[in-house]
Design a protein around this ligand. Sequence first.
Ligand code: HEC
Length: 102
Amino acid sequence: MKRTVVMLAAFAAMAFLAAAAQAAVKGEEVFKSRCAMCHSVKGKGGSLGPDLTKISSRLRENDIRMKLENPKKGNPSSMMPSFSTLSKDDMTGLLGYLKNLK
Ligand code: HEC
């Protein structure tokens, strides 16, 4: 009985880690296809927008989300397009990716 519980817990932990890893990969893909032409991370990417390697030390997840949904809110002349049409999965993956960059 106890053993079953331990196995179940281990299995749940593994499934959780696999999902998290998948989300991170997905976020990186979203970044490369939607953001990297303007923003660089770790020296790779465009230079129209600021480097985002250390973005998590400047902006909180919610602020990044707001920036993505409405870039002109904080900066009316912003050249950044809105990403309010990103799917929820893409948005979650992307925010996770940006949050874990250092
Ligand atoms: C067409 C170019 C372009 C694209 C594509 C673009 N951005 Fe931007 N982004 C900018 C510019 C220019 C700024 C700086 C001006 C401003 O704050 O609006 C900026 C600012 C930002 C900021 C605020 C940075 C700070 O230090 O305050 C974040 C966060 C950001 N972008 C994230 C993203 C993400 C994530 C994507 C992809 C989903 C993306 N951007 C796509 C041009 C772009």
